[in-house]
Write a protein that binds this ligand. Structure first.
Ligand code: BGC
Length: 732
């Protein structure tokens, strides 16, 4: 029987024609990605013409990434990328070089770009439109800098709070990760990759990267496939469906197989099952590591062969040309088939065509107007505002009146890096000299708001400044204050430098908190942190607790607006804030994780975080009534419409995320106690009501069964919104 062939697009024809002219060396060069250090000089932003020629003319490298140490100016980027494009233009085939960077929460590596909340903060906003808007700005500022490939978004789920990349995740829930991730990918690539406000996105890091057993970055993962499919894979499935152009692979190993060498995951799952057709790039040095760290390949060449045969298209080598030499050898020795090379190179060339690089490989001058617009600052403030998550507000201590005499204490009070976190003008985000000059500390924003006369502080500049931890000055200074604003948390870190052995707050911070509490003055705790550090021992004595995450450029302003009532907080926790090390349980727990047996009686105290997933207070109150389901007997592919009435019953206008959960009452695999299936962010004036509608279908009720199939089993379900619930039955 004749098979219907997929029609070849004009762009694919161009790719095929070009490929036919290329030598093995030129092809393997396309699969090679080096870092800027290889072609640059020690002076930032300066290329070494000899090294550049060697990389492009001799090794035919297809891609370059990164900065040597810190963000460059827009002009420096244009100059650098023009020189690279000029060099590529001198080659026989004139194949443009694809430049890639990590714009994780805005364009990390261009000076004066706009930084937004990290993904963990964006997840707290529960606002997909806002997620798209900030992503669009990141895309514009990357493209304006001449960079067309962004290594974002991170789609790894945050179920291991020790993990040093937790802030880059959308938290512990699958649904938030799926929907935010897909929205962000669409925003990066919207309108077509040749447009001057789009960039190619990169799904990171396929797959299971965040599930490291110890929480240390790049350490072994032991992940049963049923768990992988239920919690880790759906975000990537949704991202592929949203059109992601590229993917980066998990540096670690799962059940003893380095993911870069895992043909099942890369080819069977990602390519065949998910239908991903874009470029698969390694993470940093990861092919080498299959040999020298993971030790499943006895030689560097064997590592190259295993990984390319598993499905890798491009190697982030990135410090030398070893991959190029070894892959050529491997092909010549028939260890890698030419068909695999052609397949990889086609995908890379097609991406370059789609990005418009063959038409114009130079930084686009007309994109420059999209850099640094004043409106981005407003958007950064909106995003930071919506991320703010009020965890505690005893006796409505907040908002404070603007006449309050406050003592501002703690290490993040005069730190910019502790408000922005990782990937902020440098990889680690710690070097404050690279931040925009108008970045404000928490202390500065408080002074701006209530006047210098109302503010005293015991703090000094910089997170680690010893003044910040001096408990005796705090004690004395508190004498004249009505309240203490205590700014604790984490300074910036990224990847392995952020590894910790314990979620406990550093002792010097706990001591400071105790000293603040001992003054007898009301203490408001402001947390700027990328992951939940234990505050169980001090939380009970705090009158207010505000979780600010690392919310980017306007974190200070957003915190102060909430503290003094100029913004009504609406963020909701995207993770369960744990109480202690032995009590790290996710909200979507299994029934037996919730039950604790006490003398044969079951008590439901197993899920007992300090603050639950979804927790977040407001200065107004919302009441839910009239939950209604369109049918109590859902059949086949029918949709279930769920409506609920939400009323702002307080005296202040406010935003609110309405969240729909379902519970499968009985199933062949122990069902979760609840799963988030929808959220909608609404805004209600004081006294105003709104009917909120959700539609779900059987796919929202599905789970992965013992045979690793995603199924919806007939049976009884519960739908829950706020304190309202309804039952229904599902039948095939
Ligand atoms: C990180 C990636 C990043 C890459 C390039 C790696 O260390 O794991 O997330 O994209 O570096 O900077």
């Amino acid at each position: 029987m004749a098979q219907t062939k997929k029609a070849i697009s004009p762009m694919e024809t161009k790719v095929n024609n070009l490929l036919a002219k290329m030598t093995l060396e030129e092809k393997v060069g396309q699969m090679t990605q080096v870092t800027l250090d290889v072609v640059g000089t020690k002076t930032d932003g300066q290329l070494n013409p000899v090294a550049l020629k060697k990389a492009i003319a001799d090794y035919h490298v297809g891609s370059i990434l990164n900065v040597t140490s810190h963000a460059l100016s827009l002009e420096q980027w244009h100059k650098l990328l023009t020189e690279i494009a000029d060099e590529a233009n001198k080659t026989k085939n004139k194949i443009p070089v694809l430049y890639g960077l990590d714009g994780i929460h805005g364009q990390t590596y261009t000076l004066n770009s706009t930084l937004f909340p990290q993904n963990i903060g964006m997840a707290a906003t529960r606002n997909l439109e806002l997620g798209k808007a900030v992503t669009k700005v990141a895309a514009k500022e990357l493209r304006a800098s001449g960079v067309r490939w962004n290594f974002a978004p991170v789609l790894d789920i945050g179920r291991q709070p020790l993990w040093s990349r937790f802030p880059e995740t959308y938290g512990e829930d699958v649904y938030i990760g799926k929907t935010m991730g897909a929205a962000v990918i669409k925003a990066y690539e919207e309108g077509g990759l040749d447009k001057i406000d789009a960039v190619a996105s990169c799904m990171k890091h396929f797959l299971g990267y965040s599930a490291s057993r110890t929480g240390k970055d790049r350490t072994p993962i032991y992940l049963p496939e049923i768990e992988m499919r239920e919690y880790y894979l759906p975000q990537f499935r949704a991202a592929v469906a949203a059109g992601a152009s590229t993917v980066m692979i998990n540096s670690s190993e799962i059940n003893g197989t380095p993911v870069h060498a895992d043909k099942y995951l890369l080819t069977d799952v990602l390519r065949k099952e998910l239908g991903f057709e874009g470029v698969i790039v390694t993470d940093w040095e990861d092919i080498k590591r299959v040999n020298d760290r993971h030790r499943v390949a006895a030689t560097p060449r064997e590592a190259v062969a295993i990984c390319v045969n598993a499905g890798i298209d491009m190697s982030m080598v990135p410090m030398d040309f070893s991959f190029y030499d070894l892959l050529i050898e491997a092909v010549k020795k028939n260890e890698v088939p030419m068909s695999r090379i052609d397949d990889a190179v086609k995908r890379i060339l097609l991406l370059k065509y789609k990005l418009g690089l063959f038409t114009n490989p130079y930084p686009e001058k007309e994109a420059i107007v999209n850099f640094g617009k004043a409106e981005y600052q407003t958007l950064a403030l909106d995003a930071a505002h919506e991320a703010m998550t009020l965890l505690k507000n005893e006796a409505n201590i907040l908002p404070l009146s603007k006449n309050t005499k406050v003592l501002v204490a703690g290490p993040s009070a005069q730190s910019i890096s502790a408000l922005n976190g990782c990937w902020s003008y440098t990889w680690q985000g710690k070097e404050e000299q690279w931040y925009p000059a108008d970045s404000k500390t928490i202390l500065q924003t408080i002074i701006d708001k209530i006047g210098v006369g109302n503010v005293t502080t015991t703090t000094g500049k910089g997170f680690d400044n010893p003044l910040n931890f001096d408990t005796s000055t705090l004690k004395t200074a508190a004498g004249n204050a009505d309240a203490i604003i205590l700014c604790l948390g984490e300074n910036a870190y990224a990847e392995s430098p952020g590894n910790i052995g314990d979620l406990a707050l550093d002792e010097n911070q706990t001591a400071l908190a105790r000293a603040a509490i001992a003054t007898g003055k009301p203490v408001i705790l402001v947390l700027t942190e990328g992951r939940p550090r234990f505050i169980t021992n001090i939380a009970g004595s705090m009158k207010g607790i505000l979780m600010a995450y690392w919310s980017g450029k306007k974190t200070g302003e957003a915190i102060t607006d909430v503290l003094f009532g100029d913004y009504n907080p609406s963020g909701r926790l995207p993770f369960s804030y744990p109480r202690s090390m032995g009590e790290i349980v996710m909200y979507d727990r299994k029934p037996t994780e919730e039950i604790r047996e006490v003398f044969n009686d079951d008590v439901h105290t197993g899920y007992n975080p300090l603050f639950a997933f979804g927790h977040g207070l407001s200065y107004t109150s919302f009441a839910y009534t009239n939950l209604h389901v369109s049918t109590n007997a859902l059949k086949g592919n029918q949709q279930l419409t769920v409506t609920v009435q939400v009323k702002n019953t307080g005296t202040k206008d406010g935003k609110h995320s309405v969240e729909l959960y379902t519970r499968d009452m009985y199933a062949s695999i122990t069902p979760n106690m609840k799963r988030l299936r929808g959220f909608k962010k609404i805004e209600l004036h004081a006294g105003e009501s709104q009917t909120v509608t959700f539609t779900i279908d059987k796919s929202d009720l599905a789970f992965v069964n013992a045979k690793l199939k995603t199924v919806t089993e007939p049976g009884d379900f519960k739908v829950m919104i706020g304190d309202q619930e309804a039952d229904f039955r599902y039948d095939n």
